[in-house]
Ligand binder design. Sequence first.
Ligand code: PLP
Length: 355
Amino acid sequence: MSNDLEIVKCTNLKPKPEKDQIPFGRTFTDHMFIMDYETDKGWFEPRIIPYEPITLDPAAMIFHYGQTVFEGLKAYRSGDRILLFRPEKNFERLNRSSERLSIPPIDEERVMEYLKELVSLEKDWVPSTPGTSLYIRPYIIATEPNLSVAPSHTYKLMIILSPVGSYFSGGLTPVKISVEDKFTRAVKGGTGMAKTAGNYSSAYQAQAKAYKDGNADVLWLDGVEKRFIEEVGSMNIFFKINGEVVTPALNGSILQGITRMSVIELLKKWDIPVTERKVSIEELYQLSEKGLLEEAFGTGTAAVISPVGELNWQGKKIVINNHEIGELSQKLYDTITGIQTGKLEDRYEWTIAVK
Ligand SMILES: *Cc1c(COP(=O)(O)O)cnc(C)c1O
């Protein structure tokens, strides 16, 4: 299948990081994957090469108009096996993001084979301490040297790998989140549904404001009325209200998380009512006053499930479950991480083993 893949191995391997001292996103493995695109040729020359800087023309379109998309997923160690969690969903989403950014699609199955080859070659980089994993970052950049405001005719797809430590070193910890009522992340018809660079750098100001007041992240509201809940920085959000689970419906401005999808599927299997709908911040405030807001948690590849203990909105504090981890949040965390690491039976065929 991937016999067109060229592999150039590295001769001096880097030292692996110490077990529990792996800061997020700053250590990279020995090899990377790269493939080029030209309009006349399509995607060509898939190769795994030593991890190294790349050379780009200063006029490369990525630098000027931000034509780029990315993905984020993880490889987990399960004894001698390395498992990927629903990776085909990431490549489907990469293509959806690309479509929005006028980037040509990739062949999802072919790229999946290249990813497996890369992870297999870098197997020893998948850490083994509980909670650790190998973060996988596929991304595409526009490379044509051209200042015209138009889609590039050339691109690079790259995949880099980075070992990551445990998100919660001392077990799940509920976080404080600030509800942003001035800045907007995305609006319907914009790029909110795509994993594209500009959505993230445009959030830094709101993020800084939230951190200053001791919050771990920002909860975004809809860009038009500033009433309806969208999502957290890089997590989707769920609320348990009087026994029912509610999450904002996908509306074009919210990122369609794979953890979100998995949580919804699990809740349905467990016969716990789950609804995707509009949820306003006033509604949450009123529910919490009545004692009906039972749990809140964020979902995303980084933390899997991140319990929310407090929402700060216009000087009002919404305390959830007395800052304690909810039973459902813990059960979802244990189930998903159990499947990801092979400790629990994978009944839904969510994992793929890398040889
Ligand atoms: C990546 C991301 C998520 C979570 O998606 P997962 O597939 O669950 O990791 C949620 N929101 C935003 C804005 C994201 O970038």
